[in-house]
Design a protein around this ligand. Structure first.
Ligand code: 2HA
Ligand code: ZN
Length: 277
């Protein structure tokens, strides 16, 4: 067996978590990540028949049966992960229709996966149903996106349009837009189901007054989505109280979409030649 601490996916997970903490997105035990791994790769590093313990999940996810996930632990601080990955992270395989997570490595302190495991697993199932290459679900608490949910309309089209207009590249980076959930109790199957439902049509889902979920094909893509949306929210929070003199128009966003060959979410731009702000 190879040393799992040298596995590229584990190294990238630790680096990403460390970077997220450095960005201020993950105070205390805030935030969590799960990454779907291939069995062939996993079996280079762990004996997939040696289950350390079974952890009940409290939900069903039949489409994820037999799938492997590297995931952050409940109550773990992102700032500490790099000093002890085996304590703060776990590698699990879902069994029993998703009702059980079989621990194969990690959680050495006897812990379990993040309290947001239902939202993560349900979001993976939802994203895989629309994009079989989807691998990553990431949750964190970026300050400007969070601040924006206190002062901006939570309508998904309005929220997305504001973010798109804050930086030229936003419509190119997240043409699918940003979906928004109202405040809900976190750590529950209910918020998991709601997140999964909203993450089907956009890779970013804001949890009002809490944070954001991102989904992507790898850690870089997912981090980059959140990073770009958070930058846009920062520009918004820096300018929202000031008179607006200039903007990015819908026609300009349409030109960006044509040039960079992306398709903005249907109905989110105004009709051609409209000057709506
Ligand atoms: O894991 O961020 O939403 C801590 C959280 C819960
Ligand atoms: Zn959170």
């Amino acid at each position: 067996m190879k040393n799992i601490l040298e596995a590229p996916s584990l190294i990238e997970m630790v680096r990403t978590i460390t970077n997220m903490y450095a960005h201020g997105w993950d105070e205390r035990n805030g935030g969590n990540i799960s990454v779907l791994l291939d069995e062939a790769k996993v079996s280079e590093y762990v004996d997939v028949n040696a289950v350390i313990r079974d952890i009940p999940t409290g939900f069903e996810a039949p489409s994820l049966e037999g799938k492997y996930f590297l995931v952050t632990g409940a109550g773990k601080y992102f700032k500490n992960v790099r000093y002890d990955p085996a304590c703060n992270l776990g590698l699990v395989r879902l069994a029993g229709g998703g009702r059980t997570a079989q621990l194969l490595w990690g959680f050495t302190g006897g812990d379990r996966f993040t309290s947001e495991f239902p939202a993560h697993m349900m979001s993976h199932a939802a994203r895989l149903s629309v994009d079989p290459a989807s691998r990553v679900v990431m949750h964190c608490h970026p300050a400007n996106l969070l601040a924006m949910t206190y002062v901006h309309d939570l309508d998904e089209r309005a929220f997305t349009r504001t973010l798109w207009r804050m930086c030229t590249e936003c419509v190119v980076v997240f043409p699918d837009g940003v979906n928004v959930l109202p405040w809900m109790l976190c750590g529950t199957n209910k918020i998991g189901e709601a997140t999964a439902e909203r993450i089907k049509t956009a890779r970013l889902v804001v949890w009002a007054q809490h944070g954001i979920y991102g989904a992507g094909r790898d850690l870089d893509e997912t981090f980059g989505l959140i990073e770009t949306a958070e930058k846009a929210a920062e520009i918004y929070m820096k300018t929202a109280h000031l008179p607006r003199i200039n903007t990015i128009t819908d026609d300009q966003m349409r030109r960006l979409a044509e040039h960079f060959k992306v398709t903005p979410r249907e109905g989110f731009l105004e009709n051609k030649s409209s000057s709506a702000v």
